[in-house]
Write a protein that binds this ligand. Structure first.
Ligand SMILES: NC(=O)c1ccc[n+]([C@@H]2O[C@H](COP(=O)([O-])OP(=O)(O)OC[C@H]3O[C@@H](n4cnc5c(N)ncnc54)[C@H](O)[C@@H]3O)[C@@H](O)[C@H]2O)c1
Ligand SMILES: *[C@@H]1O[C@H](CO)[C@@H](O)[C@H](O)[C@H]1NC(C)=O
Ligand SMILES: *[C@@H]1O[C@H](CO)[C@@H](O)[C@H](O)[C@H]1NC(C)=O
Length: 283
């Protein structure tokens, strides 16, 4: 009896250690959408500092994409970065094929490309939730260990707007609530048990980027002054802080768990209700 109990304990401990152990990002093939500038660029930069094999940048901004590619090449080396000029809402299939013509595998996908245009709610939803949902599913399917993959990480950049009740940014908020739900569902430990693909939403608070500068004027039916005051009530963090948090979460984050990086602090996001694998197994 005791021997069995000790053995079981050991097994539990070992599997616990395995699940919690830090992932080494060295030599990983990574894709970051919207990395021509802002948070995506900072995530790419921090991945490169971890000595990943390559960061493949997918961005619709040709000029800025080329600038960022050139900068990273001079800092990290010619082979370390590859810019693909594409739009996440329309170009998934050919971009995916192009990536797999050159690389055998993608270990990490970061769905970061996003917009905040309340005067174009359809484009906001297409960019911030429809595209990441399709990108997540397509990469998940090649990464999953029960289907010839070798596991991987999908990091979805949501926002504190994904769980905040305020009257503003309604299309944006809808899209980010969706992205949070998609990520905690796809990344649920129940799915992870067979796929070994970590799916994690990371929710940044206000971050110093072009998007944040334009945020007061996203085209909503509020007085600009009201939105400016609301945004002014938040603490602004640098994009690099979010880039560092993205690396930390890739290395040590729990799958299906939402994280927040806000005012330089990284913590588990509030308000997620759990349906545990333990509960599902008990049904
Ligand atoms: N800045 C903030 O305060 C903040 C806070 C929380 C979450 N976020 C999220 O972080 C992500 C990055 O935002 P940011 O502040 O760096 O914005 P940004 O506008 O500075 O950068 C976004 C990048 O995504 C690219 N992009 C947009 N639509 C695209 C498309 N359809 N296809 C390919 N590329 C596309 C843009 O060209 C740009 O390079 C977004 O998902 C945003 O919602 C930002
Ligand atoms: C590309 O990014 C640059 C730098 O932020 C910006 O000035 C320019 O307007 C962007 N172009 C497009 C087409 O989005
Ligand atoms: C959800 O489950 C995780 C562990 O799987 C736990 O750390 C967290 O506290 C739980 N959250 C809630 C709201 O119960």
């Amino acid at each position: 009896m005791h021997v069995v109990a000790v053995f079981l304990c050991l097994l539990v401990t070992l599997s616990h250690v395995k699940a919690e152990s830090e992932i080494d990002l060295k030599d990983k093939v990574t894709v970051v959408t919207g990395a021509a500038r802002g948070i995506g660029r900072a995530i790419a930069d921090n991945l490169l500092k971890e000595e990943v094999e390559v960061v493949i940048i997918v961005d619709k901004n040709l000029t800025q994409g080329l600038v960022t590619e050139t900068e990273f090449k001079s800092t990290y080396g010619e082979e370390k970065v590859w810019f693909i000029h594409g739009d996440v809402t329309t170009d998934l299939d050919w971009v995916f094929e192009k990536i797999f013509e050159k690389y055998d595998y993608v270990d990490i996908l970061v769905n970061n490309a996003g917009i905040a245009k309340e005067d174009d709610p359809v484009l906001t939803l297409l960019t911030n939730i429809v595209a990441p949902a399709l990108w997540s599913q397509k990469f998940y399917d090649v990464m999953r260990k029960d289907k010839e993959g070798k596991g991987g990480i999908i990091l979805n950049i949501a926002s504190i707007e994904a769980y905040t009740k305020d009257p503003f940014f309604r299309a944006y908020k809808t899209s980010k609530f969706g992205l949070l739900g998609l990520s905690v569902g796809l990344g649920h430990e129940w799915n992870y048990m067979t796929s070994e693909v970590k799916v994690i939403p990371l929710c940044p608070g206000l971050t110093d980027t072009d998007m944040a500068k334009e945020a007061v004027n996203v085209g909503e039916d509020f007085e600009l002054e009201t939105i400016a005051k609301y945004i002014g009530s938040m603490t602004m963090q640098s994009a690099d802080v979010v880039g560092q948090a993205a690396v930390t979460v890739c290395k040590t984050g729990k799958t299906g768990t939402a994280y927040t990086i806000e005012a330089d602090k990284l913590f588990e996001s509030p308000y997620i209700q759990n349906v545990t694998a333990e509960f599902l197994n008990s049904l």
